[in-house]
Ligand binder design. Structure first.
Ligand SMILES: Nc1ncnc2c1ncn2[C@@H]1O[C@H](COP(=O)(O)OP(=O)(O)O)[C@@H](O)[C@H]1O
Ligand SMILES: [Mg+2]
Length: 486
């Protein structure tokens, strides 16, 4: 699996940045909002105070004018009060940037403004219909309500206004300020704070990158090294596997050569007799040359004999060729067939040295497997016994092959009386190339290949033990299902 450290670290970095920006924005937003709320409440308090104190002041002036006796009736006193108040306020610019007082009364279904500091020509104050959307705070005041609302003022601008009825004169007074003015500093603070935050995040991100880049690079490097190492390791393993396969192949080839050598020696043994007979016959033919009728008859017989002998030799070759044809499938076979083949192949050679094989088996026992492979194994083991007898200069050696049938396996034992194997080397005789024989006679492959075939093709086992005066090889061949039902 290939991991791209660089791109994954970049992804993490981006995610971190997004999280940092989110936290900054959220904290800044909440903080600004809380401050704004506090400022808003303070402003509301101030407006209430201002509206109420103005209302009480106007009421006091009105009361004073009414009771002063300077005016002929209440109506005149009210007009005087109104002009005094307007006069007083004409010197007052309002508070803040947009804060002002407005004073109005209800005339019919209209709100008629008497005072406004900032936005009207004082000589031409426009009335507002009572049941309209605008001049909300004043409507509240003229309805006799005291308090604050956020609504549209006479201009249709959103304001925070404190409204207070002015008794005696039946006026309403409103102290109001544009909502925008309250909000503006906070929006500004938010924007400044946000920008500073972003700049700090950018600097922080840069520093973070600056610091983490070499670390990530290092990581990347060691990751790459590890990958390379893994790759090399795998290559090495593959190489070794390849080498092993090559070794196996070589071994099989060598064993085939060894087997071929055995084969040639067996053929040579079997040909010796007919070849002798042929050459004798040929000599006889060449010696008898008298032209006599009997001679002629003898010659004809001799030629026939030669023909028969050569026929026999070619049959031997055929038998051997047949035997060495590769086999593809398992076959069901009895052990008589196996022993017949073995006798055909190696019997003459043994006989010529005075040795013989003794078979002990039950003819009814059958086995499912690679017959020729098993025969090759038996020949390998038997030829070792033969070699041991030759080595020990024993001429009438007997090799005993016994078959025991068990419910789940067949046990084959091959024993000789050729002196046994030195206990020092007995553990190594199945090793490849292990031989005690002279160069040219032994290859050390026979038992190794036999063991391989038994384990791989038959799923079985082979082992060796020294018995009295000799050696016994035991081959255990598990029965496959089909065989045990057969
Ligand atoms: N029946 C036996 N008696 C004595 N020695 C044996 C016998 N069978 C095998 N050995 C020993 O095992 C060795 C290995 O046998 P093998 O693998 O067939 O190779 P090779 O026959 O070419 O030496 C022989 O060289 C021999 O020393
Ligand atoms: Mg051998």
């Amino acid at each position: 699996m290939k991991i791209n450290l660089k791109s994954s670290s970049q992804r993490w970095f981006l995610l971190l940045l997004v999280i940092m920006i989110f936290i900054t924005v959220a904290t800044g937003g909440v903080l600004t909002y809380l401050l704004y709320e506090t400022a808003f409440e303070e402003q509301r308090g101030r407006l209430i105070e201002a509206a109420q104190s103005q209302a009480r002041l106007i009421e006091a002036v009105a009361r004073f004018n009414a009771s002063s006796g300077n005016y002929k009736d209440l109506q005149e006193a009210a007009v005087a009060t109104r002009s005094q108040i307007i006069d007083a306020h004409s010197h007052y610019k309002g508070f803040g940037e947009t804060g002002e007082f407005t004073l109005a009364k209800k005339e019919g279904d209209q709100i008629v403004f008497l005072l406004s500091h900032r936005h009207h020509d004082m000589n031409d104050l426009k009335p507002v219909p009572f049941d309209s959307e605008i001049a909300g705070p004043m409507r509240q005041a003229l309805c006799g309500l005291s308090g604050t609302i956020v609504g549209y003022d006479y201009r249709g601008v959103k304001v925070l206004g404190a409204h207070e009825p002015v008794e005696i004169l039946n006026f309403g007074i409103v102290a109001k300020i544009d909502l925008d003015e309250i909000r503006r500093p906070f929006i500004r603070a938010g924007l400044i704070g946000g920008s500073v935050g972003m700049v700090l995040i950018a600097i922080g991100a840069f520093l973070f990158r600056f610091i983490s880049e070499p670390i990530i690079d290092d990581l990347h490097k060691s990751h790459k090294q590890l990958e390379e190492f893994n790759y090399n390791l795998e290559k090495k393993v593959q190489e070794e596997i390849g080498k092993n396969k090559e070794k196996d192949r070589l071994m099989v080839q060598q064993s085939r050569y060894a087997q071929m050598g055995e084969l040639l020696s067996m053929i040579a043994h079997q040909w010796r007799q007919p070849l002798n007979a042929i050459s004798m016959a040929a000599i006889e033919i060449s010696l008898s040359d008298s032209g006599d009728e009997n001679e002629l008859k003898l010659k004809r017989e001799m030629t026939k004999f030669i023909e028969k002998q050569t026929q026999y030799m070619s049959e031997i070759i055929n038998d051997f060729m047949n035997y060495f044809k590769p086999e593809k499938d398992r076959v069901l076979f009895g052990f008589k067939d196996v022993f017949d083949d073995i006798l055909m192949l190696i019997g003459p050679q043994l006989k010529s040295r005075g040795m013989k094989i003794e078979f002990l088996y039950d003819e009814s026992v059958v086995f499912l497997g690679f017959k020729k492979e098993l025969e090759q194994i038996i020949i390998n083991v038997v030829s070792n016994s033969r070699d041991a007898y030759i080595d020990q200069k024993i001429t009438n050696g007997i090799i005993t092959i016994q078959v025991e049938d068990h419910p789940d396996h067949v046990r084959l034992s091959i024993a000789d009386q050729a002196g046994g194997i030195d206990p020092d080397i007995i553990d190594r005789i199945f090793d490849p190339y292990f031989t005690t024989k002279e160069k040219g006679t032994g290859t050390g492959i026979g038992l190794y290949m036999s063991k391989e075939i038994i384990e791989r093709s038959f799923n079985g086992a082979i082992n060796v033990e020294n018995i009295e005066n000799g050696t016994r090889f035991c081959i255990s061949l598990p029965k496959t299902e089909k065989a045990s039902f057969a």
